[in-house]
Design a protein around this ligand. Structure first.
Ligand code: NDP
Length: 492
């Protein structure tokens, strides 16, 4: 593991050295204290990393290995992540302030992702297609070359694994641009990959400002694909660059996901599910269930229970195993959330619970905020439409299914949705009618690496995970082998 007491080197095509950009500190969101110092990558570092990656791709032999050989290395990556799981989870906690119970899950997910894509790599089939004429026809896959992974700060190790594992499994070199404020997990994952046997030049990790480093990577002609997770504005910017380069991209973007509670729901489950859906990860989650619709007949009683549950959540020290909600990522992000709460109130919303920073000595230095529920707004108002990315839930009653579906789908986003009902026919009807990339029925925020994930509309393009996730990092090629004893007619 890295020594956090030293200024950290970054990884430039397998070379570990100080970045050429400005020195900065990453901060522990629970206290505001420095966790590690490093120099950001410079644009010259980006150039060197991509040239080195391209060289490694052409010369290291990684892409030419048999799939089971690449898989064996990636299985070792999974094993090393598990062996160092606790240290990685603690490092991730310091990096972004999530409770330790959550960062342990993220580390387990990262290991599982490498294991899954190792399996996908060694079981990937290429197709012999039906013949039409005297050609043997087949569809095969090739690695792309240098691919880029750009990740946000909210679930670093899992986001990075989700891109690095399939990219490497497919035989590519990968250049990772982690969020400036959370670079540690990506740096450590790079070390683990190299230790496990990925040729060093195949991996770069370039922390730094997205507007500088991210653009330099995305615009680079040798970068053949970008897999991006982050905000919709940045995603659209990357999509424009990709259009100019004719480069494939996948974009996992924001959300404003509706959760719908019907009269016949199991209320114990629904209350717990709604709380978990919005307030876990302090609401800093693309799939946060941030818009709540409750059947009118149920509304008052349900909101009473929900508000009491939110007020009782254990907000505090991320190192405490019992903590349910840690701090927000930065002081600036908390200010942004506070501005949204003010907008909600100015627009006529009532704060049902929360809406303030928690009081007490243990909260003074960290970027904490209380779980917040706002009522009295309609779905077309600003805080019901814009992604807040924090622990703020807007709650509204609904009258009937048509009214509900109209409101649930009235959003530029379409990433996720939650349905709480005991009526399986209704669950099916609503589940099919709601526009979202991911629908949870009587549960929320559950994931499986085998199930493709992504959003519609402003929530993104493309899918990650699933067996076919590896194909996003490959080019498809049709091959025709002439089997005819005769030459083509033009031969004279
Ligand atoms: P950003 O889009 O600001 O940042 C995401 C990453 O992109 C960071 O590494 C950032 O660098 C980088 N970046 C910024 N500008 C550029 C650029 N011009 N070119 C290339 N890269 C750039 O998002 P946030 O940090 O605000 O992350 C939160 C967002 O991510 C939310 O909207 C959330 O919904 C979304 N998200 C989506 C998920 C999904 O799977 N759909 C999962 C998790 C989050 P820097 O560090 O400098 O900001």
């Amino acid at each position: 593991m890295m020594n956090l007491n030293e200024t950290l080197p970054i990884c430039i095509a397998g070379q570990w050295r100080l970045g050429g950009g400005e020195r900065y500190a990453t901060l522990y969101p629970a206290t505001g204290e420095p966790v590690a110092y490093l120099h950001a990558a410079s644009v010259a570092d980006v150039e060197e990393a991509i040239a080195g990656a391209d060289h490694a791709f052409r010369t290291s032999g990684w892409a030419q290995k048999n799939p089971h050989e690449r898989a064996a290395v990636l299985y070792r990556v999974a094993q090393l992540i598990r062996e160092r799981g606790e240290a990685l989870a603690q490092m991730q906690r310091l990096d972004n302030g999530k409770p330790i119970s959550e960062t342990r899950n993220l580390v387990a997910s990262a290991a599982g992702t490498f294991q899954f894509f190792a399996a996908a790599c060694e079981t990937l089939e290429e197709t012999l297609t039906p013949m039409r004429g005297d050609n043997l026809t087949m569809s095969v896959y090739e690695p792309m070359g240098v691919v880029a992974a750009i990740t946000p700060w909210n679930s670093p190790i899992a986001s990075e694994a989700q891109k690095m594992a399939p990219a490497l499994a497919a035989g590519n070199a990968v250049v990772v641009k982690p969020a400036e404020v959370t670079p540690l997990a990506a740096l450590e994952l790079a070390r683990i990959c190299i230790e496990a046997g990925v040729p060093a030049g195949m991996i770069s990790v370039l922390p730094g400002k997205g507007s500088v480093i991210g653009d330099a990577i995305t615009l680079h002609p040798l970068v053949k694909r970008v897999s991006f997770t982050g905000g919709t504005t940045t995603g659209k910017h990357i999509a424009h660059i990709a259009a100019d380069k004719m480069m494939p991209v996948s974009l996992e973007l924001g959300g404003k996901s509706p959760t719908m509670v019907f009269e016949d729901a199991d209320l114990d489950h629904a209350v717990a599910g709604v709380l978990y859906g919005i307030f876990s990860s302090s609401g800093e989650s693309c799939i946060a269930g941030s818009r709540l619709f409750v059947a009118r007949a149920l509304y008052d009683g349900f909101m009473e229970r929900l508000a009491a549950g939110a007020a009782a959540l254990r907000v505090g020290d991320p190192a405490d195993e019992r903590t349910q909600m840690g701090p927000l990522i930065t002081a600036r992000h908390r200010e942004g959330i506070e501005r949204y709460v003010d907008i909600g109130v100015t627009d006529g919303g009532r704060i049902r619970t929360g809406g303030v920073r928690p009081k007490g000595e243990k909260f003074e230095r960290g970027y904490y905020y209380t779980p917040t529920i706002i009522e009295g707004l309609s779905n077309d108002q600003r805080i019901c439409q814009e992604e807040i990315f924090g622990p703020v839930l807007v709650a509204m009653p609904f009258d009937d299914e048509d009214d509900l579906i109209r409101q649930a789908n009235d959003s530029v986003y379409a990433l996720a949705a939650g349905i709480w009902t005991r009526d399986y026919k209704r669950a099916w009807r609503i589940g099919r009618a709601v526009q979202a990339g991911n629908v949870w029925i009587n549960t929320y925020k559950q994931f499986s690496i085998s199930t493709p994930f992504g959003g519609w509309r402003d929530s993104g393009l493309g899918r990650e995970k699933g067996r076919l996730g590896i194909l996003q990092y490959m080019e498809q090629k049709a091959m025709y082998w002439g089997m005819n004893e005769q030459p083509l007619p033009w031969a004279g």
